[in-house]
Design a protein around this ligand. Sequence first.
Ligand code: 13P
Ligand code: SF4
Length: 335
Amino acid sequence: MSAELNLATKNLNKMGFLDLEVDPTLDLVEAINQLKKEKNAVILAHYYQESEIQDIADYIGDSLGLSQQAAETDADIIVFAGVHFMAETAKMLSPSKKVLLPDLKAGCSLADSCPAPVFRKFKEKYPDHKVVSYINCTAELKTLTDVCCTSTNAKHIIDSFPEDQPLIFAPDVNLGRWLVKETGRDMVLWNGSCMVHEIFSHEKIVKLQMKHPEAAFIAHPECEAHILDAADHVGSTSSLLRFTRESGHQEYIVATEPGIIHQMQKASPDKKFYPAPPNNSCACNECPHMKRNTMEKLYLCMKHELPEITLPEWVIEKGVASIDRMLEISAKAGL
Ligand code: 13P
Ligand code: SF4
């Protein structure tokens, strides 16, 4: 091992990634494709990744699609171009495979808002309740969960419980409130939120609507209730993408992480997409965690097979049941 690689490996946990120089003349697309073949690796990318990463991925999708792919792939290595909880989920579903994440610090404010030890105490107050957790949570939280869900399947998961079964929903309070409204089912909600979706500015969205009066306004259910109330369509990233493909509108104001606009634009090149503005000085609202992954980090992590996601065996054994159950219910519902 070279001295540089040795030092970068030592500093891996501090930096989150292998801090090595990449030759600026290297064709990263070609090099990554070569590594995919050599190592029988598959790249799974979330819609919020930067467009170059989306374009080189073997599969691009929402959280449900990515879990389904992670459970089914016959690759030896899963490279997860997404955030930490997604790579953990892939590891739980395919524990014998090597799972790589280009940057270990690609976390999630929503997952961080629900620490497992605190949630365990909270849960003790509701001994008769079952727990439905949004998949955007830590592996340890999944060990305290009966069934996971994503925004694509959440209504089906909640409806799968008998009507008289009391439920706790964690960790996203905005998605939870939206689901209470949609399913008509009262649930105890954990008060967590996503740093991206909670800061859309209604005032700026209204101004944008005045500029583009024909545009449909679409929003992810992680947004706050007053934003969702104003939306023409609410849904997961895949649902928003489908809506832009299938609806007759020619323009859309999009209240979710703007990475998804890459696929929207590809699917409907003649339509126009405007990212909804947040309540700060930025014009769009990128997830700083998702955007920690870069082509260079992707290349380095595939080349050196680091950083790798590992989990204690008990966490995999106990936590995977909640994801398996989610996949079973989704398959039955044809999702
Ligand atoms: P979906 O792609 O499942 O809608 O999830 C959105 C999200 O916030 C992922 O971090
Ligand atoms: Fe987490 Fe929000 Fe980023 Fe998704 S967009 S990874 S929920 S912080």
